[in-house]
Design a protein around this ligand. Structure first.
Ligand SMILES: Cc1cc2nc3c(=O)[nH]c(=O)nc-3n(C[C@H](O)[C@H](O)[C@H](O)COP(=O)(O)O)c2cc1C
Length: 218
């Protein structure tokens, strides 16, 4: 009799364990969902308020914050309105660029051709547990700003299995070769096939409806 009770108890515990496992296992680890990883010229100069740094190659616009920063704020607002969460990680290097576009534009190109390695302020993000990466990158010289490429090569920065949603700003080159290069830099990332590209003649502050619609469709 005792043995039967023990058997039933163990069976009940086992069944309970088996049934409880999937739900338990499905919980998102550490409550992570999506992360925006983005690169701002203004965060990567010694003079964040310099007009060139906040409007990149469009200094005549004399903006207060860059388009990509505006877009990242909208992204957070839209995802949270949809009941999701968005963590953010700005890529900030220790080796800052000059804030003056005319001074930094050539060194920024040399960094790309020489495949310069950068070091990063603070801890690199722990990407485990995120399903989606919103990747905000301006095109520089037809490709990634070299700090972004260097970031992608860091040990521990692993985009494998994540869905990568590019959102980008440009003056005509759109994403340049960034999607192709991702095939080499993070071959196991899943690239969402409808990146959002914002050209300099589109004013995101005047009309953000297309960007909001894009977020809602991701
Ligand atoms: C060093 C540098 C190189 C650039 N190269 C290109 C380029 O090759 N093609 C292009 O369309 N835009 C180029 N741009 C323009 C930026 O993509 C554009 O200024 C930026 O996306 C504006 O975004 P922001 O307001 O978030 O800074 C370059 C800008 C900088 C600073």
């Amino acid at each position: 009799m005792k043995r039967t009770t023990a058997f039933l108890t163990i069976t009940a515990m086992t069944v309970g364990l088996v049934y409880s496992l999937p739900a338990w296992a499905e919980e998102p680890s550490q409550g992570k969902d999506a992360i925006a990883i983005y690169f701002l010229y203004s965060e990567n100069t010694e003079d964040k308020d310099h007009p060139d740094a906040v409007s990149s190659a469009t200094p005549y616009t004399n903006l207060e914050i860059s388009d990509l920063e505006v877009m990242t704020d909208i992204l957070k607002e839209e995802l949270e309105a949809a009941g999701r969460t968005l963590d953010t990680y700005p890529i900030i290097v220790n080796e800052k660029y000059d804030a003056d576009f005319d001074v930094m534009v050539e060194p920024a190109r040399t960094d790309i051709t020489e495949d310069r390695e950068f070091t990063f302020e603070g801890e690199l993000p722990d990407l485990e547990g995120y399903t989606d990466i919103y990747f905000g990158v301006p095109v520089w010289w037809g490709t990634y700003p070299q700090p972004v490429k260097s970031f992608l090569k860091q040990d521990g920065v692993d985009f494998s299995g994540k869905t990568v949603h590019f959102y980008n700003t440009h003056l005509g080159s759109r994403l340049g070769d960034m999607v192709n290069q991702m095939g080499t830099l993070a071959p196991e990332a899943v690239i969402a096939d409808d990146p959002f590209v914002l050209s300099a003649d589109q004013d995101i502050r005047e009309d953000d409806s297309a960007f909001r619609e894009w977020i809602q469709n991701q």
